[in-house]
Design a protein around this ligand. Structure first.
Ligand SMILES: [Zn+2]
Length: 223
C-alpha cells in the first residue's frame, strides 16, 4: 500500500509539473527580469536582396536611416510605392532591413481599407494564400504574388523572459496598456522566443491608436 501511495503522489506531481510548464500561468515570483517595451510598427516592407536590386538597381544595398530596438534591425532610408490589386496606392512605404529571404508587406487594417481589400492576419513569414500587388521603386517594378498581410500582434522575448512569463515560442499572451480612461487589453499576442530577442511587443498603428499608447502609464504582460 505504502509504495502505491508514493507512486500516485509522484504521478500527480509529475502531471502538475508538466502542466505548469506547458500552459501559460502567472509569472514567476519576483520582478520581471527585463523592462517591457511596446513599440508601434508603422506599415513597412521586408524585402529580398533580389527584389531590392530590381527596385533600386543592381548591387544596391539598404542604407540605415535609424536602428530599431531589436539588435541588427533598422529602418532603411529607402521607401517604395505599393500598388494594390485595384490600382490604389500606398506611397512612401518604408523598407526595414536587413534583407530577408521573403518579400513581405505589413500594413494596418486601415491601410487595407484604403487599398480596398481585407488583410489577412498572419505571423511574419506565413504568407501563403495572402494578397499580392506591385511594388514600385525608382529603378523598377516588382510584382509580388503574395505577402501583403496585417502582422499578428506579437511580443519578442529571450529565454529568461519566457521562463518568467511561463510561456514558450508560439504561445499566446495578453498585454494590458493602462492609460487614463482608456485602459486596453490585447489578447492573443503571439510569443516569439529567440536568444537574440530583447523584450518588446509590437502592435500596429491601429492598435497603438486604439489604446492611446502615447499616454500609457503602465504596460503589463499576463497569461
Ligand atoms: Zn516584431
Amino acid at each position: 500500500m505504502e509504495s502505491k501511495t508514493v507512486k500516485r503522489s509522484d504521478i500527480e506531481r509529475l502531471v502538475r509539473e508538466a502542466l505548469s510548464k506547458k500552459l501559460p500561468g502567472p509569472p514567476a515570483a519576483g520582478s520581471p527580469p527585463n523592462d517591457l517595451k511596446v513599440n508601434i510598427s508603422a506599415r513597412h516592407m521586408h524585402i529580398s536582396q533580389a527584389n531590392l536590386e530590381v527596385l533600386f538597381g543592381p548591387g544596391h544595398r539598404l542604407e540605415v536611416l535609424r536602428p530599431l530596438y531589436q539588435e541588427g534591425q533598422f529602418a532603411a532610408k529607402e521607401t517604395v510605392t505599393l500598388i494594390g490589386p485595384r490600382n490604389r496606392i500606398i506611397p512612401n512605404l518604408r523598407i526595414l532591413g536587413p534583407c530577408r529571404s521573403l518579400t513581405q508587406v505589413e500594413l494596418a487594417f486601415t491601410d487595407g481599407i484604403q487599398l480596398g481589400f481585407d488583410l489577412p492576419v498572419r505571423q511574419s513569414g506565413d504568407i501563403d494564400n495572402t494578397p499580392g500587388g506591385y511594388i514600385m521603386g525608382p529603378k523598377g517594378l516588382v510584382e509580388i504574388p503574395k505577402g501583403i498581410i496585417r502582422a499578428a500582434r506579437h511580443v519578442h522575448m529571450g529565454p529568461v523572459d519566457a521562463e518568467y512569463y511561463r510561456v514558450r515560442h508560439q504561445d499566446r499572451i495578453r498585454l494590458r496598456v493602462k492609460a487614463a480612461g482608456c485602459t486596453t487589453v490585447f489578447e492573443d499576442l503571439l510569443v516569439r522566443v529567440d536568444p537574440s530577442f530583447k523584450l518588446e511587443a509590437h502592435l500596429d498603428t491601429d492598435e497603438g491608436n486604439a489604446c492611446h499608447m502615447e499616454e500609457a502609464e503602465s504596460l503589463e504582460l499576463f497569461a
